[in-house]
Design a protein around this ligand. Structure first.
Ligand code: HEM
Length: 402
């Protein structure tokens, strides 16, 4: 493996990987990966190491010692979300994660489909089904995952509009910090009374489960519950909303694949979901850091170098996925890397998969002949959202047969 120290030179100039969107992102990543498995690139004006292969990204996620999540999240999300799971390590992380995880286990999540996930998808579609056309990001994908979380938390339906505004403001923290901090304060003030009520009179909602569960003899403090609840919006809703829109974009751009799913949803839909996550993972370029100077897998990395785990390059690595740029749900590969790996692997993987499968099944069933409106291909293209880490379309103007 090549061993050029990041201090020496950058391998790519022209875009800053912290800020700049480009329609050619996948081509740029593929070109860099063809030269070597990592690249040194500009990131917020400094040099960062961009990991590009499936092997390196997977190994880096598992190496919490060299690339601790706690070196990044307290700075990037700490001020607005608090000390979340992503900021924790060791025993503190283990205990908090053990308490927060049970409601998101695979078997538990199945119990949410009939009472929560399916009725909610129908409810949103009822709002536009008779019209024959809609803008699916505004009317469905950006609303569904936030409302799922709101309902799992047991919040009253009349508060959902406000909860959506807070979720949206928290999402835009890097560029609108004042709004995000205000949303964080308002959400905290709103949720504390509900939290206190659940401590004395628990029900079967998510907040009750968080306050009654224990691990290693410990329960969560109010602040630990609150930081987990704040994290649920950016980590759980925004990612799923982009995943839903990306898979829809992929299916609409590949009518043969859409037809295949329609021909037998029981057989093909879950593979379309996995292939959507592989083809365009919502968390595309995940920022981390390397606090101490090291030589890792032959790469010399100076102390405090920003790292970028390119999940999107790893999931199009030709060493693992033949013809990687092709959206092909018959490849039947799970794209687990889309959810990270190692100690901080996504807590909500099964919930996200259940939401994606349920929402897509109901959308395709209720909107026959669904297609992108002609002439909107450029407008609806997948782009970077809030910096470049997250990727999804800004709009999805569609029509169908009434
Ligand atoms: C398609 C949708 C989703 C994707 C692509 C996704 C992706 C990820 C990734 C890549 C990480 C690891 C971050 C890192 O290592 O720095 C992560 C962590 C996390 N995700 Fe998700 N996620 C999704 C949905 C959800 C949902 C629905 C929830 C709701 C419970 C959730 C909750 C979390 C939490 C709490 C963490 C932090 C875990 C820890 O630090 O121990 N995610 N997710």
């Amino acid at each position: 493996m090549t061993t050029s120290p990041p201090a020496a030179a950058v391998d790519f100039e022209g875009i800053d990987f912290a800020f700049d969107d480009t329609p050619e992102l996948h081509e740029i990543l593929a070109g860099l990966r063809a030269a070597k498995p990592y690249a040194v690139v500009p990131f917020a004006g400094v040099r960062a190491v961009l990991l590009l292969t499936h092997e390196l990204v997977s190994a880096a996620f598992k190496d919490e010692e060299t690339f601790p999540a706690s070196a990044v999240y307290p700075l990037t999300t700490g001020p607005v979300l608090g000390r979340t799971l992503q900021c924790m390590t060791g025993r503190e992380h283990r205990v908090n994660r053990a308490i927060a995880s049970p409601p998101f286990r695979r078997s538990r999540v199945q119990e949410y489909i009939d009472p929560v996930l399916a009725p909610l998808a129908h409810e949103l579609i009822d709002g536009f089904a008779g019209r024959g056309e809609a803008e699916l990001v505004a009317e469905f994908t950006s609303r569904y995952p936030v409302l799922v979380i709101s309902r799992l938390l047991g919040l009253p339906p009349e508060d959902e509009r406000t909860v959506r505004r807070w979720a949206n403001d928290l999402f835009h923290f890097p560029f609108e910090p004042a709004k995000a901090l205000a949303a964080s304060r308002e959400f905290t003030g709103y949720i504390i009374p509900a939290l206190r009520r659940r401590r004395t009179d628990p029900g079967d909602d998510l907040i009750s489960l968080l306050v009654t569960e224990s691990a290693e003899g410990e329960r969560l403090t109010d602040e630990q519950v609150l930081s987990f609840l704040r994290l649920l919006f950016p980590a759980g809703a925004d990612t799923t909303m982009l995943a839903l829109a990306n898979t829809l974009t992929a299916l609409l751009a590949h009518p043969d694949q859409l037809e295949l799913v329609r021909s037998d949803p029981d057989e093909h839909l879950r593979w379309a979901v996995w292939e959507g996550l592989r083809w365009e993972p919502p968390v595309g370029l995940l920022p981390r850091a390397c606090p101490r100077a090291t030589t890792w897998r032959g790469i010399d990395i100076p102390a405090r170098t920003p790292m970028i785990f390119s999940i999107n390059a790893a999931l199009r690595d030709p060493a693992v996925y033949p013809e990687p740029h092709r959206f092909d749900l018959t490849r039947r590969e799970t794209a687990m890397l889309a959810f990270g790996q190692g100690p901080h692997v996504c807590v909500g993987t099964w919930l996200a998969l259940a939401e994606l499968n349920t929402a897509l099944r109901i959308l395709l069933d209720r909107l026959p002949g669904l297609e992108l409106k002609q002439g909107t291909e450029n407008e609806a293209r997948i782009r970077s959202q809030v910096g470049v880490a997250l990727r999804g379309p800004g709009v999805l103007p569609v029509r169908w047969m009434k």
